[in-house]
Write a protein that binds this ligand. Structure first.
Ligand code: A3D
Length: 320
């Protein structure tokens, strides 16, 4: 049986981390693609030299030629520029939209059967544009944000409750950005919803509100600390989880930016919702009933995504 093939478009901080994780997990052979000459080959060679030490048998190749992604089962896109301190995700829009045009054309020509996970920001707009430019079916193009946002939420909740992160589940909806909607009612410790834990005296509503706010600005906090670039370990880990669910047909239920076709009252927009990821890509969109506050916050988030799409269309009139 042939090995799976994972193509990483963008071999920067997240791309390199993705390559390391994919190789260590022996998910398949790895192609690192970047427009920067030499760098992807350098990273591939460096990682190949870790293989004898760690004992993973995969081939790693760095390239600037789209033909090398042919036959990829999974493609993870991080191509573009990350945020610098003081920049919002939306500031990246103009630059990264052009990058999505080039990446979409490369995927369309060389790997139209792949499952594509987009990470490039502003996420909800870029994944939508990538789907348009690539022409792939919507269930095969998905955006990574929710797994990361809910991981941040879980980390903060586990710290507050002083329990294992493994026993904390967290629920985050909406666009990736300051308008994301962490939902406390659906976030639990070993199945006990957070509002019940507050009643049990484990924490207070004020502390939970502060955690929700810290989750919303979790990416910005890291951008400030790093001083040059944005988070990459947790974003890469999150995308790898989504790729594994597809490759192993695990049917994990994960929050991801998916193309909505009427669910949550939204049409033709990529927004973060719980989805089932299996061998056919996004196999199901989970539609839950939201309470009035979550619905209000979700609507604000959807409006923010709509604004981004309008900005994309103003830049490229070929977009629908
Ligand atoms: P960085 O280390 O700069 O890597 C980006 C790479 O893309 C660089 O190596 C560039 O050379 C390359 N690149 C630029 N243009 C092209 C092109 N046309 N084709 C191929 N490669 C190209 O950034 P990073 O890895 O830290 O972040 C990558 C993206 O992920 C950024 O847009 C971030 O904002 C975004 N990001 C998203 C999240 C989410 O949760 C959605 C989290 C963290 C970062």
């Amino acid at each position: 049986m042939a090995r799976n093939k994972i193509a990483l478009i963008g071999a920067g901080m997240i791309g390199g981390t993705l390559a390391h994780l994919a190789a260590m997990k022996e998910m398949g052979d790895v192609v690192l693609f970047d427009i920067a000459e030499g760098m992807p080959a350098g990273k591939a060679l460096d990682l190949s030299q870790a293989a004898p030490v760690d004992g993973f048998d995969v081939n790693l190749k760095g390239t600037s030629n789209y033909a090398d992604i042919a036959g990829a089962d999974v493609i993870i896109v991080t191509a573009g520029v990350p945020r610098k301190p003081g920049m919002s995700r939306d500031d990246l829009l103009g630059i990264n939209l052009k990058v999505m045009g080039a990446v979409g054309a490369g995927i369309k020509q060389h790997a139209p059967d792949a499952f594509v996970i987009c990470i490039t920001n502003p996420l909800d707009a870029m994944v939508w544009a990538l789907r348009e430019y690539s022409g792939l079916p919507a269930e095969k193009v998905v955006g990574m944000a929710g797994v990361l946002d809910s991981a941040r939420f879980r980390h903060f909740l586990a710290q507050e409750f002083d329990v294992s992160v493994e026993d904390v589940t967290a629920f985050v909806l909406g666009g990736h950005g300051d308008t994301m909607v962490p939902v406390l009612e659906y976030s639990t410790v070993a199945g006990i919803p957070v509002p019940d834990l507050i009643k049990m005296g484990w924490s207070t509503q004020e502390k939970m509100d502060a955690i929700v706010q810290r989750t919303r600005s979790g990416g910005g906090e890291i951008v400030q600390l790093l001083g040059n670039g944005s988070a990459y370990y947790a974003p890469a880990t999150s995308a790898i989880m989504m790729a594994e669910s597809y490759l192993k047909d695990k049917r994990r239920v994960l929050p991801a930016a998916a193309n909505l076709t009427g669910q949550y009252g939204v049409n033709n927009l990529y927004v973060g919702v719980p989805v089932v990821i299996g061998a056919n890509g996004v196999e199901k969109i989970v539609e839950i009933e939201l309470n009035a506050e979550a619905q209000k916050n979700f609507d604000v988030s959807v409006d923010a995504v709509k604004e981004l799409l309008e900005a994309c269309k103003a830049i490229d009139s070929n977009l629908p």
